[in-house]
Design a binder for this molecule. Structure first.
Ligand SMILES: [Zn+2]
Length: 194
């Protein structure tokens, strides 16, 4: 194997879900691209951290201070869906059944997890809502052990604010995930939240 291709394969295997065999396929496909395509790809990678990357309010991807959802006048700001990852937000957006806003935690609470998830930011955001009693927090963490633990923690912390808190779990079987649920199931789980 060529050393340049080997190096590319090593980089690609660092990505989630990409094993050596897939990385090799991807690298070989890229070897077929022309120079312009490769340069664009390289630029996209090297520019990823130039300028804002995340929304200052919900931690979705953003080009400016706020993401397109937080800055849209069509979204209902009194409803906040709390999701684990941006990919979960994308799955919920695909249903077309949700017109509220989001809060991306960036993970779940789990023992030994050193990465800080955005719970404090959520609590501050909710506390500063103009009228918390009219708002709803939809906890859309995954229906597994850590997702449930995180949901419980958020619920307990927000309870004193007297805010309506619902859980998106109806219809989603235990151990399944928001990201890989089909749109109909997810729209149903959203409609029948409680
Ligand atoms: Zn946002």
């Amino acid at each position: 194997m060529n050393t340049k291709i080997t190096k590319l394969i090593q980089h690609l295997t660092r990505l989630p879900g990409i094993g050596p065999r897939q990385a090799t396929r991807l690298a070989l496909a890229m070897a077929d691209w022309d120079n312009d395509e490769l340069r664009e790809f390289g630029d996209a990678v090297s520019n990823i951290k130039n300028g804002p990357l995340f929304c200052g309010q919900c931690f979705n991807f953003a080009d400016g201070e706020l993401c397109s959802i937080c800055s849209s006048s069509k979204r209902d700001r009194t409803r906040i869906a709390v999701v684990e990852k941006i990919t979960d937000l994308r799955s919920m957006e695909k249903t077309g059944a949700y017109d509220g806003v989001y809060h991306v935690l960036g993970g779940v609470l789990q023992p030994g997890n050193k990465e800080k998830i955005k719970t404090e930011e959520l609590f501050q955001r909710v506390a500063s809502l103009p009228n918390p009693s009219l708002a709803e927090i939809i906890i859309a963490t995954n229906p597994n052990t850590y997702g449930e633990t995180t949901a419980l923690y958020i619920r307990e912390k927000l309870a004193p604010l007297g805010i309506r808190i619902t859980r998106l779990a109806q219809g989603l079987s235990t151990g399944s995930s928001i990201e890989y649920s089909d749109e109909t199931t997810l729209a149903h789980a959203l409609k029948h939240r409680r």
